[in-house]
Design a protein around this ligand. Structure first.
Ligand code: PEP
Ligand code: MG
Length: 743
């Protein structure tokens, strides 16, 4: 059953166009359910249009259209639930469409196809006998409809894109503001099996490349196959095992080799062999053997991806590009030649995912959650990326390009205006001093004038240099990195966070496979379990700081007091070792924790007895207080730092810290957003740490607001019922104070 579902979904996803996808769908579903008729109705402009059928009159396809208020199919869409009837004509909503010739059918089962709360269409099976479809059949059709939603949606998007002659438009969520015009470089899209024939210039070299690609695929498939080794997962496991067998020399693996020996390049060889075998298998009578064509396609695409794309990052770029990819990992962004990366577009990822944070750290405009863009055939096309509005325009007209160019110049002028004041400290109009710090992770991307304009580095994410290596950096290597960070800050404070990996920040050399990585082995939990790593890192930080007072050490993801006590004991050990062995005048660093785990909101008094400061990680605190994954676009609208519950928690944390004389700052993304800054300053926060792209702007903003005005605004914000209302209220405040350019 599982396999049938997978095969149908895959066939739909892989079809060349929407119409073939729907035709495949109805034929395969009819056969899988051994019924006499299967049809699909797609919702277009509030009408359900018969879009494919196997069993009704095919000439009615595209002709029969019904509003949601008509017929049983309309009822399914209207109610958004399945209908299972033994004798459909008896139902009061039954409406006979003579053009489809359905009078012979009595049994009727229909399920809605829904994608993210929106109806896409209705899938129907029918049979001549008067009988109720079984629960198992109903469950099958519902599961199929749920799995199909994404594939149907993608196919519709593709169809929409194709129907636009030239220019087309996509939208997503802004992850880092800015506007840029450049060509797209797509990494990770569908790989076409139809590659142009090309001859090998050096057969041995082509064989080496093929063998390397086969090895990578073999490793991936074995890892996948091992992941599904439970009793109930044998069916899935067998899919990967079958693919692995096909890679053997005695099977397709050997065929690819032979094709190269005939003189073809590795890419052509894989393409030619795959297409030839797919064709042969599709001609076979036996449905089981026909299905093997899918495996051959799957394997061919995997091998081709290894042959075509790994080198893509190493291509010599002529000009800067906008990277378009499924999910920009931190490593991918960090490896990309930086001066060549001017924009990022991804299908997945949340606004506060680490890739988005890195994009902001690099100051590169980014739009995330753009569905269907990966396979929309835009590689190499010119784009206007209006990240501030979450828009991607493909192949824009010259007039539009001209308009955007003047917009880009205006933006630059604004930034220049903000930057002019960067050397002036951030005081509100009524003289309240707000200290502004930088969030950093990559030294190379830290502009010196920005570092000079900040009051220090408020969050140095040490995991970023760790993520860019293929092994743990040695103690000496770490000392060197941290020394450079401390030097870059002049003599201002530097808050260095100990290794915060796990969650969505994996280390390739320390794979962690967990069901719930954000609730699992991450941050301080991992380092306390590995004192050898923790001590090396602490020693390296202390060594780098030596007798300067700049170093502050920050512990991530702390969830209980015991973790603080253990970490302090290790710090003491490292301190004594470094003092004794290297720096007799070593200064004891200040120690703090990230406030990310909600339980600690209720233990601030105990925390204050142990540490010198806390830094609110509003990205994770929001994720855990709201129980919303910060990376998951399906729930991204629920991930809201302006939720009044979150704001109350922040206000309370500030109040209690003042009471216990515990220094408190905010280093999550909220501290770099104009609306967030207004609210945080209103709560009394006077230490904010943000990305370099926000620093000049926030400094400029603070210098134009009055602290005294803000307390009333805060009271009103806290009494509102949603994040949307809070945002609107603060936006109005900005407008009233002629500060709308910050919106
Ligand atoms: C946070 O959680 O707010 C934070 C600053 O840490 P990170 O984004 O690196 O998880
Ligand atoms: Mg965090």
């Amino acid at each position: 059953m599982l396999k049938t579902l997978r095969d149908i979904t895959q066939a739909v996803a892989a079809a060349d166009d929407l119409q073939s996808a729907l035709s495949l769908l109805v034929t395969q579903t009819k056969s899988a359910m051994a019924t006499q008729c299967c049809s699909i109705y797609i919702l277009e402009e509030q009408q359900l249009v018969l879009s494919a059928t196997d069993g009704l009159d095919p000439s009615a396809v595209g002709q029969v259209k019904m509003p949601l208020t008509q017929g049983l199919v309309g009822l399914v869409a209207e109610r958004e639930e399945p209908i299972n009837l033994a004798d459909a004509p008896l139902h009061p909503r039954f409406k006979l469409f003579t053009e489809v010739a359905e009078e012979d059918f009595r049994a009727f089962l229909a399920v809605p196809i829904i994608y993210q709360k929106l109806i896409l269409g209705v899938l129907v099976v029918q049979q001549a006998d008067e009988r109720q479809f079984s629960e198992a059949e109903e469950a099958f059709l519902m599961t199929l409809a749920a799995q199909l939603a994404v594939a149907v949606r993608e196919q519709r998007k593709k169809a929409e894109v194709k129907s636009l002659p030239d220019q087309c438009y996509y939208s997503g969520t802004s992850a880092a503001n800015g506007v840029v015009i450049a060509h797209a470089m797509v990494i990770g899209g569908d790989i076409s099996l139809e590659q142009a024939d090309s001859l090998a210039t050096d057969i041995e070299e082509e064989l080496v490349q093929l063998r390397y690609a086969l090895d990578v695929c073999r490793n991936t498939l074995s890892a996948l196959s091992q992941r599904f080794d439970g009793e109930n997962e044998k069916e899935v496991q067998s899919i990967f095992s079958a693919l692995l067998l096909l890679l053997d020399d005695s099977s397709l693996g050997g065929e690819y080799v032979r094709e190269i020996q005939l003189g073809w390049s590795a890419i052509s060889a894989v393409s030619r062999v795959s297409l030839r075998y797919i064709d042969q298998f599709l001609q076979m009578q036996d449905p089981y053997l026909q299905e093997r064509a899918t495996d051959i396609r799957d394997l061919g695409q995997r091998v081709l991806r290894e042959l075509i794309e790994p080198q893509k990052m190493h291509i010599e770029f002529d000009a800067p590009v906008i990277l378009v990819t499924k999910e920009a990992t931190a490593t991918m962004l960090a490896e990309f030649p930086q001066h060549k990366l001017v924009g990022i577009v991804t299908e997945l990822g949340g606004v506060n995912s680490h890739a988005a944070i890195l994009a902001r750290a690099f100051g590169v405009p980014a739009v995330i959650g753009v569905e269907g863009i990966l396979n929309a055939g835009i590689d190499g096309k010119q784009l206007i990326l209006n990240a501030t509005r979450g828009q991607v325009l493909v192949s824009p007209t010259p007039t539009l390009i001209k308009e955007y160019r003047s917009h880009i110049s205006a933006e630059k002028a604004l930034q220049k205006r903000y930057s002019k004041e960067l050397s002036l400290s951030a005081y509100t109009l009524d003289d309240k001093r707000i200290h502004l710090y930088l969030n950093a992770g990559l030294l190379s991307s830290l502009a010196s004038e920005i570092a000079e304009g900040a009051d220090g580095i408020g969050l140095y994410r040490t995991e970023i240099p760790f993520m860019l290596q293929t092994r743990f950096p040695s103690e000496a290597e770490q000392v060197e990195i941290y020394r450079q960070v401390i030097q870059a800050a002049g003599n201002k404070p530097v808050v260095m966070r100990t290794l915060d990996v796990g969650g969505d920040k994996p280390l390739s050399y320390l794979p962690i496979i967990e069901d719930n990585p954000f609730l699992g082995w991450r941050g301080i939990r991992l380092t306390l379990d590995h004192p050898e790593l923790f001590l090396v890192q602490l020693r390296a930080m202390l060594n780098a700081a030596s007798d300067s007072e700049q170093l502050h050490i920050l512990l991530p993801m702390v969830s209980c007091l015991d973790e603080i006590d253990q970490a302090i004991a290790y710090l003491e050990q490292a301190y004594l070792e470094v003092k004794q062995d290297v720096h007799p005048h070593l200064v004891r660093p200040k120690i703090g924790i990230m406030l990310e785990v909600p339980a600690l909101l209720f233990q601030l008094e105990e925390v204050s007895r142990r540490v010198d400061f806390i830094s609110v990680g509003s990205n994770d605190l929001t994720q855990y207080l709201l129980a919303v994954d910060r990376n998951n676009p399906r729930v991204s609208t629920l991930y809201d730092c302006y939720h009044p519950g979150i704001l109350r928690a922040l206000k309370r944390a500030h109040m209690e810290c003042s009471q216990y004389q515990l220094s408190i700052s905010v280093c999550g993304e909220l501290a770099g957003e104009p609306i967030g800054v207004i609210l945080l300053v209103a709560m009394g926060f006077d230490q904010l740490s943000m990305n370099q792209g926000s620093l000049a702007k926030i400094n400029y903003l603070i210098r134009r607001v009055s602290y005294a005005d803000l307390s009333e605004l805060l009271e009103r914000a806290l009494s509102l019922s949603s994040g949307g209302e809070v945002r609107r209220l603060v936006a109005q405040y900005l407008r009233d104070n002629e500060l709308e350019e910050f919106l």
